[in-house]
Design a protein around this ligand. Structure first.
Ligand SMILES: [Zn+2]
Length: 162
């Protein structure tokens, strides 16, 4: 995705109040984000650990959602991240819940999904893959994984929006 500033992200929230948006704390290493190799960027608010945020690009514009109180899914059993579907990464998978946008969210409606707690998804889909007889070209497999991550992230954001 295109490089984003903190101000652009604050302006792009679809399911947060003005005060929640103003209160967002960015990670200390925000300036080092490798935007080019990032399809969706997420982080946990270090001052309000019950809040996390996820930004992606839809139709060339940033869209950010507020995520609530992550819960560890079935401790001991590995859950699959619904966005990158990677099973190799050791990062825990949490159930993140996003209040819906607009009036629906104000009425308490929300939508949840399983996501890697450290938002490692963009890195996971770029991990090296071994060629197999069915998928002999690792670069094609990687490109498809990257495409799918962007697609699933966009679908989740549509659910928050609708
Ligand atoms: Zn993931």
């Amino acid at each position: 995705m295109k490089a984003l500033t903190q101000a652009a992200i604050r302006k792009s929230f679809i399911n947060a109040s003005r005060s929640q948006t103003a209160a967002v704390n960015f990670p200390a290493d925000f300036d080092e984000v490798d935007w080019e190799n990032t399809d969706q960027y997420g982080w946990r608010d270090h001052k309000m650990p019950q809040r996390s945020y996820l930004v992606t690009e839809l139709d060339g514009k940033p869209v950010t959602i507020l995520l609530r109180a992550p819960e560890l899914v079935s401790a001991g059993r590995k859950a699959m991240c619904a966005l990158c579907e990677d099973l190799e990464d050791n990062d825990d998978v949490y159930l993140f819940v996003a209040p819906k946008a607009g009036a629906s969210g104000k009425n308490g409606n929300s939508v949840g999904t399983l996501i890697h707690s450290a938002f490692s998804c963009s890195r996971n889909v770029r991990a090296d893959v071994l060629p197999t007889p069915i998928h002999p070209d690792p670069e094609l497999v990687k490109a498809e994984r990257i495409r799918k991550l962007a697609e699933r992230t966009a679908q989740f954001i549509q659910k928050v929006r609708s």
